[in-house]
Design a protein around this ligand. Structure first.
Ligand code: PLP
Length: 431
C-alpha cells in the first residue's frame, strides 16, 4: 500500500500544526508508524486515503459515527439546513425539536442544553453538579476519558495515556486537589474514597461502560454501589454517555442498568457526525442553569442549526428496528474471529466487548481496569494494527481505544475483517 500523499501532507502539517495533528490521538506514534494516514473521503463503511487506498473503517471517528460515512438522510438534512444559513445566534425550531426528541428517548432527563463537544458537555455538567451541591470535589475513575478540560485530565485514559501523558502539564495544583481518581471496578477503593472525602464530593463522574481503556463493562453491582455511595454522602452521579448513548441502545444505557443517575453528558453520535455536546438532567437540577439560575454556560455555536439537523436525522435513522441487534451480532463475529485466531496461534489476548463495539489487547489477564490495559503489550498491538492496516482495515491507532461497528458495515465487510484478523494473527505467530 502506497502512502506517498500522507507522507507529504504530514511533512507539511508538521510545519504549521503542532505535531501535525489537531488531536493527538490521530498520530500513529503508539503503533510504530512515522506517519498517520490522511483520509480524503468516506462513504458508508469505507474511508479512502489521500493515496486512494480503501479501508473498512472501525475507527468510526472515535465512535461519533454509528451510521457510517455520509448517511444519505444525514447528508440531505445538512444540505437542506445549510441552504438556510449556517448559524443565527438566535433560538431555532430545530433545537426545540431535538431537545424534545432527546428527552422523549431518555426519559430520566427533563431538559437538556446543547453545546459543541463532549468536552464542553462534561465541563459544564461538573459545574452544574458543583452548583447543585455547593461542593467542589469530583470522584472519577483512572483511565476514564471525559474530554480535555482541566479537571478531567487528571488520570485520564484514551489519547493522553496513549502518549504516556496521564496528567497533563498546565493544570493548577488547586484543580488537581479537587479530583479524586480511583480504579474502575474496584469497590474497596471506591468505599475508601467516600469514607475519606464523602462530605466534600459534588459528584461521581463515570463512563457507565468504559470505552477509553478498551471496552470495559462494569463488573456486576459496581454502578449500583457507586450510586448508593453517592446517595449516602449526598453527591450526584454524572453518567458520561458521550460514547454509550445511542451506541448500544436507542437512548441512554440506563435502559439496560435501570439505575438513577442525576446528570447525563452526550456528544459524538447525537450530532450525526457534526460537532455537538449536550448535558441534561431532571428539571430541578437544570433550573440552576442561566438564565433560570445562577450557573452560567454559553456558546456562540451551541445548538447550531447544522448539528441539530444532522442529529435529528441521525436519531431518526437509528430508529430502524433491530439495528442494535445487528451491530452486536457483527461485533460478536469479530470477537469470535479474534478469540479463535488467538487460540490457534497461541497469542494471549483479552477482548473487551459490549454490543457493537470491541477492543483487542495483548495480555493474558482479564482487563477490568486502567492498570490492566496499561499492562497489555503495546508493541504487539502496534504490530497487529500495522498488519490490519496493510489489509485495508482501519482500527484506532491505540490499545486504549475501541473498534466500533456501524450500521453501514455489511456481512461481507465483517467476513473480510474476520479473515484479516486470522491472517494477522498468523503473521504475528511467525514473527
Ligand atoms: C466518554 C467521553 N466523554 C467525553 C469525550 C470528549 O468528547 P469530545 O472529543 O467531543 O470533546 C470523549 C471523547 O472521546 C469521550 O469518549
Amino acid at each position: 500500500m502506497k502512502h506517498d500523499q500522507s507522507v507529504e501532507l504530514f511533512h507539511r502539517a508538521q510545519q504549521r500544526i503542532a505535531g501535525g495533528v489537531n488531536s493527538p490521538s490521530r498520530t500513529y506514534q503508539a503503533v510504530g508508524c512515522a506517519t498517520p494516514v490522511f483520509m480524503a473521503s468516506g462513504e458508508g463503511a469505507y474511508l479512502y486515503d489521500a493515496d486512494g487506498n480503501r479501508y473498512i473503517d472501525y475507527l468510526c471517528a472515535y465512535g461519533a459515527l454509528v451510521l457510517g460515512h455520509g448517511h444519505p438522510a444525514v447528508v440531505a438534512a445538512v444540505a437542506d439546513a445549510v441552504k438556510k444559513g449556517t448559524v443565527y445566534g438566535t433560538p431555532t425550531r430545530s433545537e426545540v425539536e431535538f431537545a424534545e426528541r432527546l428527552c422523549e428517548l431518555i426519559p430520566w432527563i427533563d431538559m437538556v442544553r446543547f453545546n459543541v463537544s463532549g468536552t464542553e458537555a462534561v465541563m459544564t455538567a461538573i459545574r452544574l453538579a458543583r452548583a447543585a451541591t455547593g461542593r467542589n470535589k469530583i470522584l472519577k475513575f483512572d483511565g476514564c476519558y471525559h474530554g480535555h478540560s482541566d479537571l478531567v485530565l487528571v488520570s485520564a485514559g484514551s489519547g493522553s495515556s496513549t502518549l504516556n501523558i496521564d496528567d497533563s502539564l498546565g493544570i493548577p495544583p488547586g484543580v488537581k486537589a479537587d479530583v479524586i481518581s480511583v480504579p474502575y471496578n474496584d469497590p474497596t477503593s471506591l468505599r475508601n474514597a467516600v469514607t475519606q472525602y464523602g462530605p466534600e464530593i459534588a459528584a461521581a463522574l463515570v463512563e457507565p461502560i468504559v470505552g477509553n481503556f478498551g471496552i470495559v463493562p462494569p463488573e456486576p453491582g459496581f454502578l449500583q454501589l457507586l450510586e448508593e455511595q453517592m446517595r449516602q454522602c449526598g453527591a450526584l452521579v454524572i453518567w458520561d454517555e458521550v460514547i454509550t448513548a445511542f451506541r448500544y441502545t436507542y437512548g441512554s444505557i440506563q435502559q439496560v442498568f435501570g439505575l438513577s443517575p442525576d446528570i447525563i453528558t452526550l456528544g459524538k453520535i447525537i450530532g450525526g457526525g457534526l460537532p455537538i455536546g449536550a448535558y441534561g438532567a431532571r428539571k430541578e437540577i437544570m433550573q440552576l442553569v442561566a438564565p433560570l439560575g445562577g450557573m452560567y454556560q454559553d456558546g456562540t455555536m451551541a445548538g447550531n442549526p447544522l448539528s441539530m439537523a444532522a442529529g435529528l436525522a441521525c436519531l431518526e435513522a437509528l430508529s430502524e428496528p433491530a439495528l442494535y441487534d445487528r451491530l452486536a451480532k457483527y461485533a460478536a463475529i469479530l470477537v469470535e474471529a479474534a478469540r479463535t485466531a488467538a487460540q490457534k496461534h497461541g497469542i494471549p489476548v483479552h477482548i473487551g466487548h459490549y454490543g457493537g463495539s470491541l477492543s483487542i489487547q495483548f495480555t493474558s489477564e482479564r482487563v477490568i481496569d486502567f492498570a490492566g490495559c496499561n499492562r497489555s503489550d503495546s508493541a504487539q498491538f502496534g504490530r497487529f494494527f500495522r498488519l490490519m492496516n496493510e489489509k485495508g482495515i482501519l482500527m484506532p491507532p491505540s490499545k486504549y481505544e475501541a473498534l466500533f461497528v456501524s450500521a453501514a458495515h455489511s456481512e461481507a465487510d465483517i467476513a473480510q475483517t474476520a479473515e484479516a484478523i486470522e491472517a494477522s494473527f498468523a503473521q504475528m505467530a511467525q514473527d
